[in-house]
Design a binder for this molecule. Structure first.
Ligand code: DAH
Length: 343
């Protein structure tokens, strides 16, 4: 028995894997294992030896089992340590950069204007891109056959009544109709607009406008000037100057073009401002009494101002982009560059 135990210890010292251990276990404690076979010898022993032999055999069995169990634990710890070692993370290694998406620059401009005007009490509203001729033109003082319709060469969807909106101004009509001639209004509506233009560096058949409308009592052109000044300074910096030039839109009276001082040459004259020192950024004016009337507001009690920015134009001016098509060309370098510059 002593020899068997010695042999077992020797075998165990050479064991390195679970598989080898199970082989050793079978060799000693299996059905035909060395220790198991010893029990069959009991019957051949004289009676007086049977008892001590049996007791010793049991001791050996227990000892062998314990030896094998502790070897099993040893191997498990070994395997775990190896695993921990191979799976450990070196936190000092530089990480791989995960490429991230970033918002389109036009979207950024829209958000900047939205945030500012919301802080001034304006609601951001939405309108349909497929619009009625009635809202896109007629109620905005542009009846059928009006020459100013030609300036907005329109995609018609069905007959002469449904179209892809050529401006976001119909959202003015929708908002005023909802106000039922009673409620003051402050709203902006950023949205897509469509015109049958050939795409080039400054035109696109689809582009983004930001419409603004304020209706209240005692509103004057100076309120429009003040509001425009705040927007311009927010987008182009505190030293940005603004001016109005007379213009014509059928839905405003008086109508103006709004200019900002050229942020590139600070008004001295350069190629960006075509040597005028000024850049035009929107159309605007006091809401025409006919439009107020059409939409249920009494022009004797209510006045309002409206403005319409071209969002791509704002982005082009702000970021010095000279081709409008860049916004829609899905060239990731366009947005990534600007993101880095900003952040
Ligand atoms: N809707 C005009 C356009 O697309 C822009 C515009 C001008 C909007 C004057 C206005 C406004 O609200 O008052 O050319």
């Amino acid at each position: 028995m002593e020899d068997i135990l010695k042999e077992l210890k020797d075998d165990l010292s050479k064991v390195n894997t679970e598989h080898e251990l199970s082989e050793v276990k079978t060799k000693y404690l299996g059905k035909k294992g060395n220790i198991t076979l010893l029990s069959s010898k009991i019957k051949d022993l004289p009676v007086e030896e049977k008892k001590t032999f049996g007791a010793n055999l049991n001791k050996i069995k227990v000892e062998a089992t314990n030896l094998i169990e502790s070897k099993k634990e040893e191997i498990a710890t070994l395997i775990l340590n190896k695993k921990l070692e191979s799976e450990s993370i070196d936190i000092t290694l530089p990480s791989t950069k995960v490429p991230m998406g970033s918002p389109n620059i036009v979207e950024k401009i829209v958000e900047e204007v939205e945030e500012l005007l919301m802080s001034m009490g304006y609601d951001v509203v939405d309108g349909p891109e497929i619009e009625k001729d009635e809202y896109n033109f007629e109620m905005l003082n542009l009846p059928k056959g009006h020459p100013a319709r030609d300036a907005q060469d329109t995609f018609y969807v069905e007959g002469e009544e449904l179209l892809l909106r050529s401006q976001t101004s119909p959202v003015q009509v929708r908002t005023m109709l909802e106000g039922k001639g009673e409620k003051p209004i402050r709203m902006i509506c950023p949205g897509k607009t469509y015109r049958r233009d050939d795409d080039d560096a400054t035109h696109s058949h689809q582009f983004m406008q930001i419409e603004g409308l304020l209706i209240d009592k005692n509103v004057s052109l100076s309120d429009l000037k003040g509001t425009f000044d705040v927007i311009a300074k927010h987008l182009f910096g505190e030293d940005c100057k603004t001016r109005f030039r007379p213009s014509y839109y059928p839905f405003t009276e008086p109508s103006v073009e709004t200019d900002i001082s050229c942020h590139v040459c600070k008004g001295k004259g350069c190629s960006v401002c075509k040597n005028t020192g000024w850049i035009t950024v929107s159309g605007a004016g006091m809401v025409h009494p006919n439009v107020l009337k059409n939409c249920g507001y009494d022009p004797k009690k209510w006045q309002g101002f409206a403005f319409g920015f071209g969002a791509e134009r704002l982005a082009m001016i702000k970021y010095g982009i000279d081709d409008l098509r860049a916004f829609y060309m899905t060239d990731l370098r366009e947005v990534q560059n600007f993101d880095r510059k900003e952040d």
